[in-house]
Every structure is written in structure tokens, then in C-alpha cells.
Design a protein around this ligand. Sequence first.
Ligand code: SF4
Length: 153
Amino acid sequence: MIGVTSKLKARFPQLAIVGSGYSYLQEWLPNVAQFYVRTGQVDFVGLGRVVLSYPELPSDVLSGRSLQTKRLCRTFSDCTTGPRNGLVSGCFPLDSFYRTHPHAQLVRAIKINRADSPLPPADPRPPENLVAVPRDPDNPEVATVEGPGSTGE
Ligand code: SF4
């Protein structure tokens, strides 16, 4: 993606280009972003999912403070799994607010079901009709999503 935006900027220098996909660079995000902006290969760097886990990243970088590496987005994609299944979006693994949100357990259950079930993962039911039911009382990570019309599988 970085290569494509660089080529677009070279081909259309008058066009303002915003680079994307930089969250995947994690600790290297600021260095790579600085290089591509400084060398004119992109005009801006847009931040997407990393602002869910670490909204202060730009101010930390611009102020010269060290990165809070434990808050860097690790691209687990829970923030997109939620809305794809009718749940809220948030950084469930790293943000303390969303870690304790009722939808965090539902997102975990959806991911577990995806791994070991041939059923389609997307569930069009509204989230208030879903409930995570632990399969193993000693391990709350193992759960299934149930609701009206669900078979519990
Ligand atoms: S849920 Fe995963 S992908 Fe989304 S912001 Fe948090 S760490 Fe990044």
C-alpha cells in the first residue's frame, strides 16, 4: 500500500495523498511515516485502528515522548469483528473500557466459533438478542453465542 501511494504521488504530484495501513507497522509507524512524508512520497499519514488502542500516539510522537508500546495496536482485528457481527467497535484486548464491555465476551465467542465451526461467522441478529454462554465454567474464554433461534452450536 505504501508503494502504491508513493507511485500515485509521483504520477499526480498536485493531488493530496493520504497514506493508510500504517497501524500494521506498530513500533515502526512513526519512523516510516516520517520518512514517507519527509521525502514527499505521501502528504499525510492517516491513522485508523491504532487510535482505538492508543489515541495519544500522535501527541506522544510529536512531543518527543517514548511510545507506550503496550498500547500499540497489534492488529488482532477485534475492533472490526465486533461491528461485522452487529456489536460495538472498540479495542477489546487493549482498552480497559472495552476489555470489560459486555460485547468483549461476545467477540471472543465469535472468534472461537469461527475457528472450530463450519457455520458462517456473521450473525445478523441485533446484539441485544445475543448472549455468551460459557461451555466450560472453568474457562470463560470457551463460550458460544446464543440467541433467539440459535441452536447453541
Ligand atoms: S482490537 Fe486489535 S486491531 Fe483493533 S485496535 Fe485493538 S489491537 Fe488494534
